[in-house]
Write a protein that binds this ligand. Structure first.
Ligand code: ZN
Length: 169
């Protein structure tokens, strides 16, 4: 997207009442929104993973795991939030956006994050079993310009997963 068009779109987003502007927003604040998405998945009988994509202090898109509902093994929270963000911005890359996801992304979502050229990825709890690092190990799997933070509200995200899998036993 041309810079002028991007700016015009940002202006439109800023003035859209759908995007809440609250001063002093933090990683924790946005991770709580991602956790709310994860709880929606839980309530629907899906593995509780949630994601939020932000630009600045604006929430651009939300997603939660919908593998069961859509009968689609690729319908992870990150994929849903990314697709919705591309559509909303009319852009195939998200160089100004941050993705908040409650659980370490899997290899597939890590590939999608790479291609989307996100500015930043923030995840909650590590996923020893299905997280991408089991395969990528110490290699940097994201775009070189993407930065990473992790461990934000990890206890909340992991206890939600534990609760879910215990209820399935
Ligand atoms: Zn995934």
């Amino acid at each position: 997207m041309k810079k002028k068009a991007w700016k015009a779109r940002q202006y439109k987003i800023r003035n859209n009442p759908l995007f809440r502007l609250i001063p002093g927003m933090t990683d924790e604040y946005f991770m709580r929104l991602a956790l709310a998405e994860a709880r929606k998945a839980f309530a629907a009988g899906e593995v509780p993973v949630g994601a939020i994509i932000t630009v600045g202090e604006q929430v651009l898109s939300r997603g939660h795991n919908m593998v069961e509902k859509l009968n689609d093994a690729t319908a992870h929270a990150e994929m849903i939030a990314l697709t919705s963000a591309f559509e909303r911005l009319g852009s195939k890359y998200l160089p100004d956006a941050t993705l908040y996801v409650t659980v370490e992304p899997c290899l597939m979502c890590t590939g999608a994050i790479y291609w989307s050229k996100l500015a930043r990825v923030v995840w909650g709890t590590d996923d020893e079993k299905n997280g991408h690092r089991r395969i990528t190990c110490d290699a940097w799997p994201f775009h070189p310009k993407t930065s990473l933070s992790k461990g934000i509200l990890d206890e909340e995200a992991s206890s939600l997963l534990r609760e879910f899998f215990q209820s399935k036993r």
